[in-house]
Design a protein around this ligand. Structure first.
Ligand SMILES: C[S@@+](CC[C@H](N)C(=O)[O-])C[C@H]1O[C@@H](n2cnc3c(N)ncnc32)[C@H](O)[C@@H]1O
Length: 266
């Protein structure tokens, strides 16, 4: 069953047909998306997000590489759920909630309190072509976005480009599971609870058939770590969550090479 909703006018062009389909799909389910998430995960996603967000920035007085106000991008931010979690954890940081779905961002913007609006800027963007200058950000966070991308290596290079030296990329994602028990759990859950609850909350069954398929078709976490390393990220670390149902991957842009010490002639 499909809902007859007026299509949302998108503000940025996706890079290819896959991107266009994903963009239209998320705009279509945007109104019921948060409720579906909460019911499907029974609140587990809240716990995962908090854990992933807690270490976005290094501990310290400001957390920004230059001692100023930290600049953080929540990429594929959707309805700004994680962006608001980041704001609660780092209230002094300037946050951009970036997504290419106008529908998702509009729902997210409507939830922001005035204090959140002071620090959070929703911005239309495609992850493959970020409208951000080089070496501008202290941290990038991305929850459940990477597996929807058309070209993961290209988007990974973009993330590296816009991070400051030493800045961290943190990804929370359902990677393709390897362990048999986790594979069985994913298969059962994704064919029962997920489509039924998703359809009830959004009226769009196709989207909740696509989402589990996108997990099965996606890479496992080791493949993703290889992509990060090949793009130039260092200190790539994986933290499995809830028996490997989801994972947090953290990686860092290398710090700038130290300037050679020159000795002045006496
Ligand atoms: C499963 S939702 C996750 C939303 C949010 N991060 C969360 O945890 O609830 C995936 C989001 O990624 C966005 N997205 C997918 N591909 C994208 C791309 N190429 N550029 C920007 N956003 C993208 C979608 O529009 C959608 O809002």
């Amino acid at each position: 069953m499909s809902r007859a909703a007026a299509p949302v006018a998108e503000a940025v062009d996706a890079i290819d047909d896959h991107g266009k389909k994903v963009q239209a799909m998320f705009s279509d389910i945007s109104r019921g998306y948060d409720l579906a998430n909460r019911l499907m995960s029974l609140g587990t996603d809240i716990r995962w997000r908090r854990r992933a967000v807690a270490t976005l920035l290094p501990a310290g007085p400001s957390g920004a590489a230059d001692g100023g106000r930290p600049q953080i991008l929540d990429l594929c931010a959707g309805t700004l759920d994680s962006t608001r979690t980041i704001h609660r954890a780092f209230p002094a940081a300037d946050l951009i909630g970036g997504d290419f779905s106008a529908g998702m961002l509009a729902v997210g913007a409507s939830h922001l309190s005035s204090a959140e609006r002071d620090r959070i800027t929703p911005k239309h963007m495609d992850a493959h072509d970020l409208p951000v200058d080089d070496t501008n950000l202290d941290a990038i966070f991305c929850a459940f976005g990477v597996r929807n991308l058309s070209d993961v290596p290209r988007a990974t290079r973009e993330a590296l480009r816009v991070l400051k030296p030493g800045g961290q990329l943190t990804v929370l994602e359902f990677f393709r599971p390897r362990a048999l028990v986790t594979r069985l759990f994913h298969a059962l859950y994704n064919r029962t609870v997920l489509p039924v609850v998703g359809w009830m909350c959004t009226g769009n069954l196709d989207a909740y058939v696509y989402l589990p398929r996108s997990i099965a078709a996606f890479r496992d976490v080791e493949d993703y770590c290889d992509i990060l390393a090949r793009a130039g990220f260092v200190e790539v670390r994986v933290e499995p969550l809830t028996f490997g149902v989801a994972s947090i991957v953290r990686a860092r842009r290398p710090s700038a090479p130290s300037t050679p010490v020159t000795t002045e002639a006496p």
